[in-house]
Design a binder for this molecule. Structure first.
Ligand SMILES: Cc1cc2nc3c(=O)[nH]c(=O)nc-3n(C[C@H](O)[C@H](O)[C@H](O)COP(=O)(O)OP(=O)(O)OC[C@H]3O[C@@H](n4cnc5c(N)ncnc54)[C@H](O)[C@@H]3O)c2cc1C
Length: 294
């Protein structure tokens, strides 16, 4: 039987904060695993010109990100190109669930950035009451029901196929302009009609798009990043950001946050610095966990 693989540090997010954390943890010889999400990109890639990152004036965002990634590759840090859907804690080990697997780690650094797009009207009201960000986790609750998938990243297409296996109807609202031709008859594609409002009573009952209203029991939303409180149940949030102290510790022991998800200013230099701070403090935490040598 193969031994359980337990990482010292799992890092969620491949922007400057996550990459900086990964490099610094490897320098300290920790067993690290980085989760990048399907795109494997960062918000840095959206910037045509970055003028305030020290030492690299006038740098194109893609070029700067390439340099960051090359640094990561030099340290041979393994990358899982999937999103982490939830993080749980069991016997002081963190369990990170992606669509395909569960990973175990002694510590976790969240570096998931912030969503570029605004939330949809009504979204916050119905989180946990019909709004979900994880089909694997919550899909089975909608057996025989109607659900709607709002897909901003492309990952919603595969999740729609999964949901269509047991939901009576799946509306797929395509925000990627790359909707696949679904072969399952119970998936209806809505294109060119952006969502405007989520309504309901105790739970979600409808999605209003610009052009129509769709009755639905649940809505699954796939964006580049999830609200952090949805990723880790019990995580303390302050003014929309993960609450951290100067060590980048969250309210959960062994769990750190860095970069945009830990608050303003949303900047590359701050993200790199916080990634390093989080990693070094996580290293100290892991070292303190090791049993003393006999
Ligand atoms: C147009 C634009 C211009 C900018 N210009 C500048 C500038 O000139 N100077 C400057 O300093 N800053 C600039 N910024 C801001 C800068 O890009 C961000 O502050 C920085 O990228 C934040 O880094 P981060 O690592 O926190 O997050 P991000 O770069 O947002 O990276 C987060 C990563 O986490 C991944 N992720 C999210 N959720 C999950 C999950 N559940 N599982 C796995 N992976 C996940 C995402 O896919 C992404 O790869 C600009 C931003 C934009 C949008």
């Amino acid at each position: 039987m193969s031994e359980r693989e337990i990482y010292d540090m799992c890092i969620i997010g491949s922007g400057p904060a996550g990459l900086s954390a990964a490099v610094n943890a490897r320098v300290r010889r920790k067993k690290v695993l980085l989760f990048s999400g399907e795109s494997g990109l960062s918000k840095v890639n959206l910037s045509p010109r970055i003028d305030n990152y020290l030492g690299f004036p006038g740098m194109n965002g893609n070029d700067l990100y390439e340099k960051f990634k090359r640094h990561l590759e030099e340290f041979e840090i393994p990358v899982v190109k999937q999103k982490v859907q939830t993080v749980g804690l069991m016997d002081s080990l963190f369990m990170l669930q992606t669509r395909d697997a569960i990973y175990e780690s002694r510590s976790v650094i969240i570096a998931t950035g912030v969503a570029v797009r605004k939330l949809i009207k009504g979204e916050e009201t119905f989180v946990g009451r019909g709004i979900s960000y994880c089909a694997t986790c919550d899909g089975p609750l909608y057996q025989g029901k109607t659900v709607t998938v709002l897909d901003y990243t492309g990952e919603g297409a595969e999740e729609s196929l999964f949901l269509a296996d047991f939901c009576s109807k799946v509306y797929y609202v395509d925000m990627t302009q790359k909707a696949p031709a679904f072969k399952k008859a119970n998936i209806e594609v809505i294109t060119g009609d952006p969502p405007e409002e989520i309504t309901g009573g105790d739970t979600v009952s409808a999605l209003k798009t610009r052009g129509r209203t769709v009755d639905t029991d649940g809505i699954f939303i796939f964006r580049e990043t999830y609200p952090p409180g949805e990723l880790v149940p019990g995580l303390a949030i302050e003014e929309g950001s993960i609450k951290v102290n100067r060590k980048m510790e969250t309210n959960i022991r062994g769990l750190y946050a860095s970069g945009d998800c830990a608050g303003k200013p949303y900047q590359v230099a701050k993200s790199v610095g916080e990634g390093q701070t989080a990693a070094l403090n996580a290293v100290a935490y892991i070292d303190a966990l090791q049993p003393a040598a006999p």
